[in-house]
Ligand binder design. Structure first.
Ligand SMILES: C[S@@+](CC[C@H](N)C(=O)[O-])C[C@H]1O[C@@H](n2cnc3c(N)ncnc32)[C@H](O)[C@@H]1O
Length: 272
């Protein structure tokens, strides 16, 4: 089964269910459900704040990789009003909607594994919930290292997915079915890769119980509640039915072992 990621994401981002769940925020990630987060938008804001809160000082130049519809980019802009923000994605549709949402950032169509920027262009490279898709994650991490200035920081959230996928998962969960084989690594392999590329000060938080798990609970509740609103039936009936949505979450959970919040630094060059 060949699934194009742009085609896979387009109906998802445009669906009434997705827009309602994320409060039209431009986000599409599992969020960080702590401190009384009641909505997906709040949880996603918390996830970004958790990542950005690790930075020692406000960055000047930030690259938001795989920016979706600009929810992440908008949060970076809110937290750092003075920063020069560049955001990339492979999807022209998502990019157009992101640019409308956050007009003060620069949006470019670009593959995360072939970053068309000079070396040392950014203080921070951020990538939320997308690196497992990239062909390959390693190529992206090497590119991120190159475009970070010495002393710059990589901030990621990423999934540790256990393979091989069974036939049901391959049919039902294109998100995982499209993953290149090289991206199925365990946590030790993930940390080793960061070290081999040259990243230092690696700090990883495992957060599946604060991200994927509560997000699934909230998303399913949201999905079932749609059926109580007859005015919404025409739109909702065009979307996957609730039992299928429940199966997506359950099957994903079988394979998604860990959800990592990663911080890593490109070391400053030694003084001569
Ligand atoms: C789960 S969404 C996350 C979006 C956003 N980071 C957020 O947290 O709301 C994954 C995103 O990865 C993007 N993507 C997938 N492969 C990509 C690639 N090779 N280069 C750039 N973006 C990519 C998709 O278009 C989609 O926007």
């Amino acid at each position: 089964m060949t699934v194009d990621l742009v085609e896979m994401y387009e109906p998802r981002f445009l669906s009434v269910r997705h827009r309602d769940f994320y409060g039209d925020s431009g986000y599409s990630n599992f969020g960080y459900w702590t401190g009384g987060a009641a909505t997906a938008r709040e949880a996603c804001d918390r996830l970004l704040d958790r990542l950005l809160g690790r930075l020692p000082r406000p960055p000047q130049r930030v690259l938001d990789v795989a920016c979706g519809e600009g929810g992440t980019t908008t949060r970076i802009r809110t937290v750092y009003p003075e920063a020069e923000i560049t955001a990339i994605n492979i999807s022209p549709g998502q990019l157009a909607r992101a640019a409308a949402r956050c007009p003060t950032a620069r949006f470019l169509r670009m593959d995360a594994t072939r970053l068309d920027f000079a070396a040392a262009s950014f203080d921070v490279v951020l990538c939320v919930e997308a690196a497992y898709h990239f062909d390959t994650r390693e190529r992206f991490l090497r590119e991120a290292f190159r475009v970070l200035r010495p002393g710059g920081t990589l901030l990621l959230t990423d999934g540790i997915v256990r393979g091989p996928l069974g036939p049901l998962a391959r049919r039902l969960v294109p998100d995982l079915a499209t993953m290149p084989a090289a991206n199925f690594v365990d946590r030790a392999g993930y940390e080793r890769l960061l070290g081999e590329i040259g990243f230092r000060e690696v700090d990883i938080e495992e957060a599946i119980e604060r991200s994927f798990v509560p997000c699934g609970r909230h998303f399913l509740r949201h999905t079932w509640r749609e059926y109580l609103r007859p005015s919404r039936w025409p739109a909702v009936l065009r979307e996957p039915p609730a039992p299928l949505v429940a199966l997506w979450w359950r099957t994903s959970r079988r394979y998604l072992q860990e959800y990592l919040l990663v911080q890593a630094v490109r070391p400053a060059e030694p003084a001569r």
